[in-house]
Design a binder for this molecule. Sequence first.
Ligand SMILES: [Zn+2]
Length: 286
Amino acid sequence: MSACTGAGCPVWGRREIAHDLVELRQAAGLNQKQVSAALEVSLSKIIRMEGGWQRVKAADLTALLALYGVQDPAAVEAMRAKARAGRGRCLLDAHTALKSADTDFAAYEHAAAHTMTLAGGIIPVLLRTTDYARALATAIRIPPRVAEQTITLQHARQHWATAEGFTGLRREFLIEEATLLRLRPPYGPGQLQHLAQVARQGRWQVRVLPLGAVNPGLLTPFSVLRSPDRARALLVLGEEHASWKFEQDRGECEYHQQRYADLREHALTGEDSARLIERLDQEPLA
Ligand SMILES: [Zn+2]
């Protein structure tokens, strides 16, 4: 089985048609159960297609469009083109049991050609150590079972982000120095070492915003993800699933991408960022 790679991943295409299918069904005044009964296909298949977790085959698409009353040839052809863009296998297909906003985000993230993440007060998932994640889960009182699921998904996201075929994708992170200053036990010096390593290695761009460089009040966390063909973007406001808000509006995405570029102007270089993180790691605790 061939794994998808950044440019070849069908997930972004599948999600586009999935989004349209939900809108069309709602416009037709039907719920998923009714569609399942009318087309004699399983409810789980409808849910998977509408969630972007399963490719929409030509025959299924024809039946769905007929049911929703879509007859305009141009509209039908546009939907067929979208279905074709969702062809192929994604390495996340084996993980459909994990269904949450987190997995949704992970699907977009793993194939994004370019991601820009402005961290808030915590370390972004792709850069976290397991110890840090556990300490964070305890601090925000996540039940142990949920915490373990979160950590499993963190490992998966880190694995996908560094898997063969994905290593040429651009990953950028901006982290405030104040956030690093809070990385004291139990969050662990291991986290600082890890960050410094990633920053120094240079495959991902990890940049530190030094204290006083930017008004912290302006640093509301967000991520901008660009699709494999870079034609589309997704904006995620917030950084933890509890408060996530997805936004696909082009203007909003561009605005935030520009904001990211502006903020990056105030950040230390990669080398200086690595040096600062290493210094913080070696400083005795205040
Ligand atoms: Zn994929």
